[in-house]
Design a protein around this ligand. Structure first.
Ligand code: GLN
Length: 191
């Protein structure tokens, strides 16, 4: 098994480190040809506008959509979640996104005062204990389509982890904690 990590900007090294801990080889994806032979792809946190514009510049948007259509799993964390969404609220005008999941995401949703926080999140598909989730200028999921499963929500009911078939998105950063359960869950989606 080999997993790609989109390495245009943001926290891609941290994802590679977790994969290495799990004994999974990973590849930094910067060009369409880097997608060849991969079993799955992670889109890291960072700045969604920058990642989207660089993906557009390097001709990656359509190859990434084709990768998803081929049935291989993609997981977006934080900025990556924004790229996965069909619709972005408070994005930049014409911010390039992949539109792979039937969700509406609000960018920088938690405002300036509380733009970063941590929460112990119950995630039923991961079992006990709760997952320690780190939110950094995180988006939230404002609308969830009929075919999307909510994997985790904040206490107020806000969805922060969602899955649609082999597509996964989390508003927080599992690569920044020592907990590898979300990465393991994603690896299972490769079949
Ligand atoms: N606020 C960033 C964005 O809009 C996301 C932050 C993150 O990935 N930690 O893309």
């Amino acid at each position: 098994m080999k997993i790609g990590v989109l390495a245009l900007q943001g926290a891609f090294i941290e994802h590679k480190n977790v994969l290495a801990r799990l004994g999974i080889p990973s590849v930094e994806v910067r060009l369409p040809e880097h997608l060849t032979g991969l079993d799955g792809l992670i889109i890291p946190g960072g700045e969604s506008t920058t990642i989207g514009l660089l993906a557009q510049k390097w001709g990656l948007l359509e190859p990434l959509r084709a990768f998803a259509r081929s049935g291989r799993p993609i997981w977006g964390t934080c900025a990556g979640m924004i790229l996965m969404a069909r619709e972005v609220v408070d994005g930049l005008p014409n911010q390039p996104i992949l539109e792979l999941m039937d969700i509406t995401v609000r960018r920088n949703a938690f405002g300036r005062q509380v733009d970063s926080f941590e929460a112990d999140l119950p995630v039923p598909v991961l079992g006990d204990p709760p997952f320690h989730a780190v939110f950094i200028r995180a988006p939230l999921v404002e609308r969830v389509g009929a075919r999307v499963d909510v994997l985790a929500s904040l206490e107020d009911g806000t969805a922060v982890a969602v899955r649609q078939g082999h597509m996964l998105a989390t508003a927080f950063h599992p690569e920044l904690t020592g907990d590898v359960r979300f990465h393991r869950y994603f690896l299972q989606l490769t079949g």
